[in-house]
Design a protein around this ligand. Structure first.
Ligand SMILES: Nc1ncnc2c1ncn2[C@@H]1O[C@H](COP(=O)(O)OP(=O)(O)OP(=O)(O)O)[C@@H](O)[C@H]1O
Length: 229
């Protein structure tokens, strides 16, 4: 479902060496991938290409049969809204909105996501509440201001927002860095349960290599870039 060939990316045209150069990579539907590498090696840059935030400088990046390198910015925005749930390192929640409002925002820009969200529940609010409960955020918190929630609770809101409407691809950029070891493993278990329920592919970036055995595939971004096609 993700197929990369001769992909390269430069932040600036005049850069002598590309920030990313990947000869070949395939990731299958439903895989849970642990992506790691030293600070500055390009992990977040890579995620931004997968999410269609940036476009490859050259080469092919095909996701679900769609060639992202050929889409305009606005078409990539639509693609992201339809197919991708993104859990940001700093969550990117809207602090003046409630958990329910933040989660329903996850599918506000996509009719396709809204339709899928309504398979499980009568309304988007009910589906957001169902996901928040499943991720361990009880109803007493659903209408509070997210800025008043703990970091662990905000993480659950960010995950529910990524999961609403069962996107085919979930991208998580160091989502557990603020949690202690016990809570990290519990959060990842919940993430896997949700990803499995929707048969979503999960790409999870972390510096914490103790999490690696929990995933069914491990990609070292430096080693990947050293491989020749
Ligand atoms: N918006 C940007 N404009 C120009 N250069 C950038 C930009 N974002 C990142 N870079 C550069 O791209 C390279 C890769 O950065 P990136 O953030 O992808 O690394 P990373 O592996 O995610 O790092 P970390 O583990 O510290 O988060 C770095 O040299 C960085 O300076």
């Amino acid at each position: 479902m993700i197929n990369i060939k001769q992909l390269s990316f430069k932040w600036q045209k005049q850069q002598s060496n590309p920030t990313l150069a990947i000869a070949a990579l395939e990731i299958a539907k439903g895989e849970h991938v642990f992506l790691h590498g030293p600070s500055g090696c390009g992990k977040s840059t890579f995620l931004s290409l997968l999410a269609g935030i940036n476009r490859p400088t050259s080469g092919s990046l095909n996701i679900f049969g769609c060639e992202l390198s050929k889409l305009t910015n606005s078409k990539r925005d639509v693609f992201r809204a339809d197919h991708i749930g993104y859990i940001f390192q700093n969550f990117n929640l809207l602090p003046y909105l409630s958990p329910l409002e933040n989660v329903t925002l996850g599918c506000q820009f996509s009719k396709q996501r809204q339709k899928k969200a309504l398979v499980n529940s009568m309304t988007l609010n009910q589906e957001a509440a169902r996901l928040l409960n499943a991720l361990g955020l009880s109803e007493q918190f659903h209408l509070q201001n997210v800025a008043n929630l703990s970091i662990g609770q905000q993480q659950r809101v960010a995950a529910a927002r990524a999961f609403i409407g069962s996107p085919e691809l979930i991208i998580a950029d160091e989502p557990t860095s603020a949690l202690d070891t016990g809570n990290r493993q519990a959060f990842i278990k919940l993430l896997f349960e949700q990803a499995q329920a929707a048969n979503s592919t999960l790409i999870f970036v972390s510096h914490d290599e103790s999490l690696q055995p929990l995933f069914n595939r491990n990609i070292d971004l430096i080693a990947l870039q050293e491989q020749l096609s």
